[in-house]
Every structure is written in C-alpha cells, then in structure tokens.
Write a protein that binds this ligand. Structure first.
Ligand code: GDP
Ligand code: MG
Ligand code: K
Length: 300
C-alpha cells in the first residue's frame, strides 16, 4: 500500500542464528523492553514472537526465531525448526547474529539457509564486549565478509547496547515504503497471557540446571483483574514425577523463588500489582506428542 507520508516505511525483519548467540537479547535491547525470554541455555526461545519498534516514519517488525536444530524426532524440536524456517519466508531484511570469534558448524548450517534468500542480510557480530584482543576483530570481520554477500557487517554488543543504532539505521534503509501495519505504540503481537506464561518459563529455565530438560510447558489458567490487582494462575507441565519434585524444591523453596521472580517481571510489564499462583502437574510425554503441543498453542 502506498503510504500518505512518503517517508513511511514498514516491514519484517527476521533475527536468525544458531542457539545462544544473543538473538533474544538483541531483540529485547532494541525494543528497550523484555519481550523474548533469554538464558544461557540453548532452546530457551520456543515460540515466534513479533517485536514491533516504531521510530518516526519507520516501523520495523522483528521476528525472533527459535534456534534452528539438527533433525530431531521429538515433536517439540520439529515445531521449533519449522517456526525458525517459516520466519524466513516473506521477510524484508534478515539479521544474522553470530558470536564474536566463535564460528561453529551450526553457523554454517544457518548460512546455507541464508544463501537461498533474495533479501538483504545484515551480519551482526555480537558479544564484542567479551573480545579480549581488539586487534583480532578486523581480520575476523574481513574473514566473515567472504562467507556471503552481506548488506552490512556490524560488530555490536546486544547486552551492553553498543552499536545498536547503526544496526537499526541499516534495517530502516532496507524496509520498503509502506503504511505501518501496527499502531505506533504497540510492541508485540502477543497477548498478555502469553507474555505471562513466557515469564514463568524464563524463570524456570534460569533456576534449573541440567537436571531438568526443556520439557516444561506453562499454561495460564486464570488472568483477571480484581480491583487494582491482577490475579494470574499458571499451570506448569512437566513430563515426569522426578521433574516435578526438582521444580518444587525443598519445602517448595524453588517454586516459591520462581514465582517471586516472575511476579516482579509481570508487575513491571503490566504496570499493576500481581498475585501469582503456580501449580505443577505431570503430563507424561507432552513434548513428544503433536496433539499435546496443539493444545498448548504450538501446533500448526
Ligand atoms: P539466543 O539463543 O540466540 O536467543 O541467545 P540469548 O539472547 O538467549 O543469549 C544467550 C546468552 O548470551 C545469554 O546468557 C545472554 O546474556 C548472553 N549474551 C547475549 N548478548 C550478549 C552480549 O552482547 N554480550 C555478552 N557478554 N553476552 C551476551
Ligand atoms: Mg532466543
Ligand atoms: K538461549
């Protein structure tokens, strides 16, 4: 659609890269708000979340993709791969995030997917705050520049917010002339219920070490305002009885901590007092079954 304001631009930007390079952190810092959950563990991002950033005439709609995984039989991983690949269809710009100096075969796999695209690809070389020898950066960027015909190469730190402006300016340049698809103050397409569930899931992922696999799902059972307080009940689904014990912790200590941290985040995001209740339930094999995934809104 031709916009009324001739400078008006709008389009989709996919943030891609192997797990743990900092895609979700980048999106959160571009938006200035926590939208996508992050942690040191791979596979934290399970769903496709749109992050919308309007800056004057330019509206960029970012898609944070779950990491792309090698073929795995589990239904959950299939879903995540599909979500990552479908994010690449119909985007106007791609930001390919890599970790400074740490190029792996998983980066090569993503690169192969990018070769087939016709849209501009911006290479974001993240975590430069961790660079010990600055002299290595330029030769490294030079080597990276030979891997694909990148539209731009930008070294940055998502965490420290270094060089995010040049990235956003570059993105804006590649977006097509268009009216804005979303109101200028909207930051995500997801519901508050969805965001609440993701906040609980983030705290679980952060609290638990390797002992609990990623087979945890969170369902919001109640989300309602009473007076000035938002009442939220969340059901945490795990696959085995042992996982339930770990999650609850000694005398309920761990679950209580998860609840406290999630509530703090929710109060910040929703701008009101929150009463949060958490339940844990065993639902055997949920991550293996396509039907169970569908019931959690992750089917297709
Ligand atoms: P994703 O899997 O690509 O979405 O990665 P995340 O955004 O979840 O980040 C993975 C880990 O890298 C987290 O521990 C982040 O705090 C960390 N991280 C992300 N960006 C930076 C950065 O610019 N500098 C440093 N030092 N760490 C970062
Ligand atoms: Mg992520
Ligand atoms: K991660």
């Amino acid at each position: 659609t031709r916009p009324e304001n001739p400078d008006s631009r709008c389009g989709f930007v996919a943030i891609v890269g192997r797990p743990n390079v900092g895609k979700s952190t980048l999106l959160n810092h571009i938006l200035g708000q926590k939208l996508s959950i992050t942690s040191r563990k791979p596979q934290t991002t399970r769903h496709q979340v749109l992050g919308i950033k309007t800056d004057g005439p330019v509206q960029a709609i970012y898609v944070d993709t779950p990491g792309m995984h090698e073929e795995e039989p589990r239904a959950l991983n299939r879903y995540m791969n599909k979500a990552a690949s479908s994010a690449l269809i119909d985007v106007d710009v791609v930001i390919f995030v890599v970790d400074q100096l740490a190029w792996t075969s998983a980066d090569d796999m993503v690169l192969e997917k990018l070769r087939r695209l016709s849209c501009p690809v911006i290479l974001a070389v993240n975590k430069v705050d961790k660079l010990e020898n600055r002299g290595l950066l330029l030769p490294h960027l030079d080597a990276l520049s030979r891997k694909l015909d990148f539209a731009e190469i930008i070294p940055l730190s998502a965490l420290r917010e270094t060089n995010l402006e040049p990235l956003e300016t570059a993105v804006g340049r590649f977006l097509p002339e268009s009216i804005h698809f979303y109101p200028d103050d909207q930051i995500t397409d997801r519901s508050e219920r969805f965001m609440a569930a993701e906040m609980v899931r983030e705290k679980i992922t952060r609290q638990l070490g390797a002992e609990l696999p990623y087979s945890v799902a969170v369902e919001i059972e109640e989300f309602k305002t009473e007076g000035k307080t938002l009442h939220i009940s969340a059901l945490i689904l795990v696959e085995r009885e042992g996982q339930k014990k770990i999650l609850i912790g000694d005398k309920g200590e761990r679950l209580r901590r998860i609840g406290q941290e999630a509530r703090t985040d929710m109060e910040r995001m929703f701008g009101s007092k929150v009463m949060l209740r958490l339940w844990v339930k065993v639902k055997r094999g949920w991550a293996d079954s396509d039907r169970a995934l569908k019931s959690l809104g992750m089917g297709d």
